[in-house]
Every structure is written in C-alpha cells, then in structure tokens.
Design a protein around this ligand. Structure first.
Ligand SMILES: *Cc1c(COP(=O)(O)O)cnc(C)c1O
Length: 381
C-alpha cells in the first residue's frame, strides 16, 4: 500500500493545510455577531467568484441540494422545462425535474460533446407560445470532462425570456462565468470542487427575474426555501444551523483565491487541462472530449483496448497512492477521469503521469517511459 495519497478526482478536491487548520476553529453561536462577520465575508467571496451583484445563498447540503433548490424555488409542477443533458449531471437534473412533476423536454447530447447553442436557440424559437419556463444546463459536465458554451446558451435563453438555470458546481472558478454580464438567473455551486474546502455547503445565486419566478412558484419547499434564506441573510444568518466549519475554511480559501486573482485562477486551470491532455496523447490513450470543448476542471481518458480502466485505477491507487476517478453511468469501466481543479498544481499532473506510465506499462500498453512526462513538461515549463 502506498504511504502517501495524491487525490486527483473531481471532488472532493484536496484542501490546503491552512484551510484545514482554520476549520478546526471551535464552534461558536451561529446567531452571534462573530459568525455574522464570517458569513458576510464568505458571501462577499461568493459574489466575487460568481461575478455577480445578485444575492448568493449558502445552503448546508452537497451540490445536488443547490441543484434541487434552483428548481423548486423558481418553478411549479407541470411547468415545461428544457433540460440540456450532456452527461450524468444533466441526467441528474432530469431526475430532479421528474421527482417534482415538471414537464420535461430534453436535449440529449452524445457523451463527450458539448451542447450546440444553435440547437437550443432553434428549439426556443419554435416555442412561440413561450411554454418553456426554464432552460437547465451544466457549465462543466464532470462525468465527461466537457465545458459548455454558457455565454452563447444564455444569450439564446435571454432572447426567448425563459429562466437560465446553471449547474456550475464543478466549473465555477475553473473557467470564466459572468453571472450578471451573461444574464444567468440561477447558478448553483458546491464547496468541495474549486473552492478548496470539504463537501458540506452549496451555493445558489438568484437574479431579480428568478425572484419574480419565486413569487409565482407553487413547488413545495421547506428546508431549501430561498425566501427563508433571503430573510435571514439580511441579518447575516441562515434559517437553519449551517456547517460552520466549512464557513471558517472558506474565509481562508477566499483569501488565497483572491490573492491569486480570478484571471490567474482560470489560467492555472486552463494550463493544467492542457498539460493533462498533452500527457494523455503522449501515452497513446484517448480523450473522450474534443480539445474545442475540453473541461478545465477534469479530463476523461479512454484507455487503449485491452486495458481495463477500473484495474488501472486500482493499481495506481495501491502502488502509488494516486487516486483517479472512474466513469459514471454508461461510461463506467470505459474511462477514467483525472481531476485538476481547486488546490491542484503542475506537479500533481507530473505525479499522475508517472504513475500512469508505470502502471500502463505493467498492464501491457506500449509506453516509452518518460514520454508523457516530457509532454507535460513542455506545457508547464
Ligand atoms: C459534483 C457535482 C455536483 C454535485 O454533486 P454532489 O455530490 O451533490 O455534491 C453537481 N453537478 C456537477 C456538475 C458536479 O460536478
């Protein structure tokens, strides 16, 4: 068994030591002025990350909670929604929408491809009677390593007048997302991805238009009622006891992120994505997504015929402590995924490819030792 662990999965992501130590802060009253200061600082950090002046609410839940909150706070049973499904998280939106009795129109896209904004635009143009109340999609589809063109999709949605509901859980802070400038009505994200803190909190932004929709929403809601969140946010509180520890961690991670700067954070993620893709090509392995829609957060890799993705992951973990993610849904066993978001740096990528070269060779792939490392180094040097 390897002594040390190198976590390269797309969430939960590694947490910096200074954040972990901040999280060991003793519990305080969540209705005290001390915690109000924490909440105010964290909320401000969230607005900076979202590039928004809209309110951003903090929920104690994993990212799926924020996805559910987005839907139940803006829609009513029977409403027609257009769900753009490019992977497992698109399918999750379909499942949530079904659970709440929405009338679903689905655009299902071949796995490994991004959504075509023109196709969405055309679908919305055909909806002359404006039956579609919301267009629901991912910024970054974690299961396939694909980044959607959020700006173009949002422009098509704005022309039509429907709400845009975006799952930016794994994409936020890895690629540009301008909530206000692009007119995104509801944006969901989660703590355990690029925010560099553990799972437990998730976040939702609400535009003015989204609040208008809230006013007429007949969906049942209680724990995730953003009306309650709004009321309590006015005094720096949440309706229910929040996960204080992660809020303490976020105070420190936002300091780190802000000193790096948004543009540099995006550049770092783009560079890591580029390095991983160069390494995969040099290994002779396949990439599920095309360069043109490649995620900056996670890369989905197709091993050559005869090499089982699950066996390869197991050997990387057992021999070298390199933890990679598997495929989801139909892609299970066919791909593995390398996460490179959050507290991820160039040397994490080098480490991963060293393990992949050795394990790949053991399993019979024709790999020239050092070839993928050289390709990675050409990008990161
Ligand atoms: C991680 C993730 C989520 C949330 O998953 P949870 O397990 O509920 O935190 C939602 N959407 C995407 C795209 C994700 O990557």
């Amino acid at each position: 068994m390897a002594l040390k662990q190198y976590l390269l999965i797309p969430g939960p992501t590694p947490v910096p030591p200074e954040v972990l130590s901040a999280m060991s802060h003793p519990m305080i009253n969540h209705r005290s002025s001390d915690f109000k200061t924490v909440m105010t600082e964290v909320t401000e950090g969230l607005k900076w990350s979202y590039q928004t002046k809209n309110d951003v609410y903090i929920l104690t839940a994993s990212g799926t909670g924020a996805m559910e909150a987005a839907i139940i706070n803006t829609l009513s049973p029977g409403d027609k929604v257009l769900i753009v499904n490019i992977g497992a998280f698109g399918s999750r939106f379909v499942k949530i929408a079904k659970a709440y009795g929405l009338n679903i129109d689905e655009i299902k896209v071949e796995r490994g491809r991004s959504a075509d904004p023109k196709l969405i635009e055309q679908k919305l143009k055909e909806d002359k009677s404006k039956e579609i109340k919301a267009v629901i999609f991912q910024q970054n589809e974690t299961s396939t390593g694909v980044l959607n063109d959020v700006k173009s999709i949002a422009a098509a949605v704005a022309d039509h007048g429907a709400l845009s509901i975006v799952d930016a859980v794994s994409g936020l802070l890895t690629a540009d997302l301008k909530t206000d400038e692009w007119g995104l009505d509801v944006v969901a994200s989660g703590s355990q991805k690029a925010f560099m803190v553990p799972p437990g909190l998730s976040f939702v932004s609400m535009s003015e238009k989204a609040w208008k929709a809230y006013g007429s929403s007949k969906m049942p809601k209680f724990y995730f009622d953003l009306g309650a969140a709004k009321k309590f946010a006015a005094t720096g509180e949440t309706p229910w006891t929040p996960c204080l520890s992660i809020a303490f961690g976020l105070q420190v991670s936002f300091k780190m992120l802000k000193s790096e700067g948004l543009e540099n954070i995006f550049k770092r993620h783009a560079k890591l994505s580029q390095a991983v893709r160069a390494g995969v090509k040099a290994l002779g392995f396949g990439l599920l997504a095309d360069d043109s829609c490649a995620s900056k957060a996670v890369t989905a890799v197709v091993p050559p015929a005869g090499i089982d993705a699950e066996a390869l992951r197991k050997a990387c973990r057992e021999q070298f402590g390199v933890v990679l993610a598997g495929g989801q849904e139909d892609l299970k066993g066919k791909i593995f995924r390398i996460g490179h978001l959050g507290y991820a740096d160039k040397m994490d990528v080098v480490t991963a490819f060293s393990a992949l070269e050795i394990v790949g060779s053991q399993m019979g792939a024709k790999i020239k030792m050092g070839s993928s490392i050289a390709a990675v180094e050409e990008i990161i040097k």
